[in-house]
Design a protein around this ligand. Structure first.
Ligand code: SF4
Length: 347
């Protein structure tokens, strides 16, 4: 069990963020926000994949205005991402953003930051203080974060979420760890500019994973160069691997070796596809499915999983809670596993 760092609870639209809540999954659209049709479509794709809070880039007044139309068509909280121009933050709040992210590192004038705080306070929405190593004031992450926290608190504003992202994993982890001991605001975790698919997932898993294991982090975004739906899938996998949340039954499969006599890769792929298609049909809380290539470790692993299969030459032995259920032909393995999974779970 991971013991979460205690934080305040912050409301982002209908979604609560903080240590008393599940760790939330966020992503960001990659469309031009002014193109509302494309942006709405991408938001809905993210929603369908399991994204719980979506952020859009506000690069001009037209994008800030577009928030109104986008918000009407989506069902998850909408966050406006602001850099440089405080007036974009004010207009975004007035257009209905459920939260804004500002990078105080590039809004230099404290009077402008105060104006943004005042507008957010009137609208009763939170602000993420999103510090990035690329635009960090000389003082560094911790001194800067503390300076802005103090500025916000002086305005009697405490609906704050903080992020301290760097593209360097160690720097990111160290910064969050240090700040965790110095305040009780929720943290949004991420390794910024992590890279394309494989490289980005490895960096994010190490950075976000290390912090989550420490109990640090209340929302996550896996930054990937590519389809944002993949960011959501990766975030879900990180949270599920640490048993912080459960989205689909966990598949435990062996790497195979010379002893395996079936095409285990194809069987596991088919199973994963079918499981994700079924995800809304029954609770998958903590369920594990072992798919093992032979009798060396197969029966042992299959026994400890909720259900499992260990393959021989043309057939596999099905297990449920450690007991042999039956022998099935290899070609029917996926179908039989899913039948066993669904037995006892109401659709
Ligand atoms: S379970 Fe069998 S096939 Fe799979 S890696 Fe172990 S020995 Fe090889």
């Amino acid at each position: 069990m991971i013991k979460r760092r205690k934080t305040r609870t912050i409301n982002v639209g209908s979604v609560k963020i903080g240590s008393g809540q599940p760790i939330r999954i966020q992503s960001m659209t990659k469309t031009d926000t002014r193109d509302t049709k494309k942006t709405i479509r991408q938001c809905l794709e993210l929603e369908a994949a399991g994204c719980e809070i979506v952020r859009v880039a506000i690069k001009d007044m037209k994008a800030a205005e577009a928030l109104k139309a986008i918000k009407r068509k989506i069902n998850i909280p909408l966050v406006a991402d602001i850099h440089f121009d405080w007036r974009l933050a004010v207009l975004s709040i007035k257009s209905g953003a459920d939260k804004i992210r500002i990078n105080p590192g590039n809004i230099k004038n404290p009077a402008h930051i105060k104006e943004v705080i005042k507008t957010a306070k009137d609208a009763k929405i939170p602000i993420r203080i999103g510090l990035n190593s690329g635009s960090l004031p000389r003082a560094g992450f911790i001194a800067s974060a503390l300076k802005y926290i103090k500025l916000f608190e002086k305005e009697n504003f405490r609906d704050i979420i903080i992020s301290l992202k760097s593209s360097d994993v160690t720097e990111t982890v160290n910064a969050y760890r240090k700040l965790a001991a110095l305040c009780n605001y929720p943290f949004h975790l991420g390794v910024t500019a992590a890279g394309a698919y494989d490289a980005g997932i490895v960096k994010s898993s190490i950075g976000i994973g290390a912090l989550l294991l420490d109990g640090i982090g209340d929302t996550v975004r896996v930054s990937l160069t590519g389809d944002p739906v993949q960011e959501v899938i990766a975030a879900k996998r990180i949270l599920q691997a640490l048993r912080l949340r459960s989205f689909v039954p966990e598949v435990i499969s062996c790497p195979t070796c010379g002893r395996c006599q079936v095409n285990l890769g194809a069987i596991v792929n088919e199973l994963e596809v079918r499981l994700s298609a079924m995800k809304h049909r029954h609770s998958s809380d903590g369920i594990s499915i072992a798919v093992m290539g032979c009798e060396v470790n197969g029966p042992g692993e299959a026994k400890v999983a909720d259900i499992g299969i260990a393959f021989g030459k043309n057939a596999g032995i099905l297990f449920k809670k450690g007991k042999i259920v039956k022998k099935v032909k290899t070609k029917n393995a996926t179908k039989e596993l899913l039948k066993l999974l669904c037995a006892g779970h109401k659709p």
